[in-house]
Design a protein around this ligand. Structure first.
Ligand SMILES: [Zn+2]
Length: 337
């Protein structure tokens, strides 16, 4: 029989699933703001998979997938532990749900976006404390970590299965995590490319970084299920692995210099060459004020949708990533065949 799973003030008996809260900070009214957790702790020993969603309060695809998987796991047939955090940024989610205005990526209490804040601080603001708990408590017990994002209110993005481009066993395990997701485009990024990924790499926790197309929950659900099968935590065969894939490198963020209305000329996932017209910006009378071309040969991984077409100077309007390889991929080699 597996021993209890303990994390902070929470303990979970083997063969059980609990939905609970990890307290973070006391509010002025005396109540705690907490991180919600769905923990399925198996009857047999196995890896600890940490899956996080909702780091940005306007991204619902990751949370939906984590909730679905946590609820379908039978802890009496599970090896290891699934530690699901559907909403890292609960205040952002609440703000999003209660105020029908612009998106709320950041935490509306301290106005911070968690992505650049990692590793945070145990003495800091709410976002800094949540970051600290993730980096210095959760990653210390995790054997694998997944961070599930999507376009949210920022605009349309293509679904991406991201892995750390690092040598040795670490890179191989990270690649395998991406490979099991039924997402056509693999996203090869250096460990040091973002703070959380860098910390996970330094703590030797293989890391998956996902982006989901607007409303596409199913690839995350199937990918999480496949990962549990791949790690022999549950029984079953993997489903939906694409036979051919494209692999892109880090994204180039493209901003506009002018305010106005964005007119996109390319679709998500489309191949572009350096100098191809991506977008034009017009004034409110339709006069063109700026033409934005692709700075590289690659694939359009993000582009403004019509409903987010009003922009200010300096706003992000598109992402393009270089195509590294195209073909059949196998996890043992991580190569095109
Ligand atoms: Zn995000």
């Amino acid at each position: 029989m597996n021993s209890e799973f303990e994390i902070g003030p929470i303990s979970v008996e083997s063969g059980s699933m609990v939905c609970t809260e990890f307290p973070v900070i006391k509010k002025p009214d005396g109540h705690f703001l907490s991180i919600p957790m769905m923990i399925a702790h198996g009857v047999e020993d196995g890896p600890v998979v940490l899956a996080m969603g909702g780091c940005h309060g306007d991204e619902i695809e990751g949370p939906r997938a984590i909730i679905t998987i946590a609820r379908e796991i039978d802890p009496n047939r599970l090896k290891g532990t699934f530690l699901g955090i559907p909403f890292v940024n609960v205040p952002g989610l609440v703000q999003r749900a209660s105020v029908q205005v612009c998106s709320r990526r950041e935490n509306p209490i301290d106005f911070k976006d968690i992505s650049p804040v990692f590793p945070g601080s145990p003495e800091g603001t709410i976002t800094e404390r949540v970051s600290d708990i993730i980096c210095n408590t959760l990653l210390d017990v995790a054997d694998y970590c997944l961070d599930l994002h999507s376009g949210g209110g920022m605009g349309g993005v293509i679904s991406l299965a991201g892995f750390c481009d690092e040598p040795g066993d670490y890179g191989k395990k990270s690649f395998e995590m991406a490979w099991v997701f039924p997402i056509e485009v693999l996203w090869q990024v250096p460990g040091a490319d973002c703070p959380l990924r860098d910390i996970a790499h330094k703590k030797n926790v293989p890391f998956f970084n996902g982006e989901a197309f607007d409303g596409e929950v199913e690839p995350y659900i199937v990918g999480l299920r496949n990962l549990l099968k791949h790690l022999s935590m549950v029984e079953g065969t993997m489903e939906g692995i694409p036979s051919k894939r494209r692999c892109v490198g880090p994204e180039v963020r493209i901003s506009c210099r002018s305010a106005g209305l964005v007119i996109p000329h390319r679709k998500l996932g489309e191949s572009v060459s350096r100098g191809d017209l991506l977008l034009t910006i017009t004034d409110i009378y339709g006069n063109e004020v700026e033409r934005i071309e692709s700075p590289i040969n690659g694939i359009v991984t993000g582009i403004r949708r019509t409903k987010e077409s009003l922009v200010w100077p300096g706003d992000t309007v598109a992402f393009v990533a270089e195509l590294i390889k195209e073909g059949r991929y196998f996890p043992k080699r991580g190569q095109v065949v």
